[in-house]
Design a protein around this ligand. Structure first.
Ligand SMILES: [Zn+2]
Length: 396
């Protein structure tokens, strides 16, 4: 290739699939957005958009926001009654629902879950429920006419609160999930339902959902999920970065300064999860003789200004900040956002933020956004749907 021949393509690439992905992720909604994000000329973008429309992969409508003149045309994935199923499994609750290909939530439900009942019972019931939602919630009548879920359902995205080997859909050494180690989620689902199933960990789902909802135009972001456990998802170059096996972003067993060093479920001591997770706060308070049942109880104590609980929350925030400082110095993201139930804990957030500013290079923090996840309780199912939409857009 001669220098000067190559189109000036942006960080996110300018191939037709790249353009499709920019629309599917919510980063681009018009030809102008695509030209800006890809670095391609407007005429090249138009040629590629026309080709994608004629292949039936994109649609263009005239319902963009008008600023007085002709209404601009808006690009979207063709929905046409197609739905995506989504399951966001947590330690005690699952959220499930259906979304259309534009990422809009069509229906959503919450269910209590007993993770110790094992994967067959828990996932079996959730899969059946999502499949049953699809025909009842399809926005237009199903094409085939026999009313089966497969008419409307194009795939199901599932989030698991533990490490997932992404290529195989297998769970590997999860904490607090007895009976789930080595379970092949994808094979189990394939026997029960005839649509593609994509499985990932819950922090990656949160990253996908929040990135799309809050900052689809930013290329580098880190999203921390701090609830019963702790994890993180990484967006690099506008896309989720999973690494070689799918464990990228898993900060739960990084070692932090702690005295004494609590024993972690992995067998090591001083892991972030053993110091700063919701489960760790519950355990530490009980050890101090404070009768607390669960994370809800801990949050209530902190709101009431209990000094033991508040001190532990500050320590947790410092520990998360220590690890995030390494991540920020190494990766230089534009935004670090924290979600999960501990994101509502003000003392934790304040000490995390202070530690980040203290321990990071000025160049890394001068324009860094440090914020709460804003996408709300549906962020996980939005991310689960995005897993499937990404697969539809780019089957490879
Ligand atoms: Zn550990």
């Amino acid at each position: 290739m001669t220098i000067g021949d190559a189109p000036r393509e942006g960080l996110r690439g300018g191939a037709p699939r790249d353009l499709l992905r920019l629309v599917a992720s919510g980063a681009a909604a018009s030809r102008a957005d695509l030209a800006r994000l890809s670095g391609l000329s407007p005429s090249t973008v138009s040629l590629r958009v026309e080709a994608l429309i004629s292949e039936g992969l994109l649609q263009e409508t005239g319902d963009g926001k008008s600023r007085g003149g002709r209404r601009p045309r808006r690009l979207a994935l063709p929905t046409g009654g197609a739905l995506v199923g989504a399951i966001d499994l947590g330690a005690h609750h699952a959220r499930l629902g259906t979304l259309d290909l534009s990422g809009r939530v069509v229906e959503v439900r919450s269910r209590p879950v007993r993770i110790e009942d094992g994967p067959e019972a828990v996932l079996g019931a959730l899969l059946d429920e999502v499949a049953a939602l699809a025909p009842a919630t399809a926005p237009v009548p199903a094409q085939r006419g026999d009313g089966t879920a497969a008419d409307a359902l194009r795939g199901i995205g599932i989030g698991i609160p533990g490490p997932v080997q992404f290529d195989t859909g297998r769970i590997v050494s999860p904490s607090r999930m007895p009976g789930w180690n080595g379970f092949d989620v994808r094979a189990f689902c394939a026997e029960r339902i005839d649509v593609p199933v994509v499985v990932d960990n819950d922090a990656n789902l949160m990253a996908l959902g929040e990135h799309r909802a809050a900052h689809p135009d930013l290329d580098h972001a880190v999203y921390v999920k701090a609830g019963t456990g702790i994890g993180a998802g990484v967006i690099s170059g506008g896309r989720l970065h999973r690494g070689a096996q799918g464990s990228a972003g898993d900060i739960s067993h990084c070692r932090v300064m702690a005295d004494p060093e609590p024993l972690c479920s992995c067998g090591n001591t001083g892991c972030l999860e053993a110091v700063a997770s919701g489960a760790a706060l519950v355990a530490a308070l009980r050890e101090q003789g404070v009768p607390v049942e669960d994370l809800t109880g801990v949050m209530r104590l902190i709101e009431d200004g209990d000094r033991h609980a508040t001190a532990l929350a500050r320590r947790a925030g410092r520990s998360i900040g220590e690890i995030l400082a390494v991540v920020v110095n190494f990766f230089n993201p534009q935004v670090v956002a924290i979600g999960g139930r501990l994101a509502d804990c003000e003392p934790l957030l304040a000490s995390m933020r202070a530690t980040l500013y203290e321990r990071c290079l000025p160049l890394a923090t001068q324009a860094l956004l440090i914020e709460r996840v804003v996408a709300g309780p549906d962020v996980g199912i939005m991310g689960a749907a995005q897993l499937v939409i990404d697969r539809i857009v780019d089957p490879a």
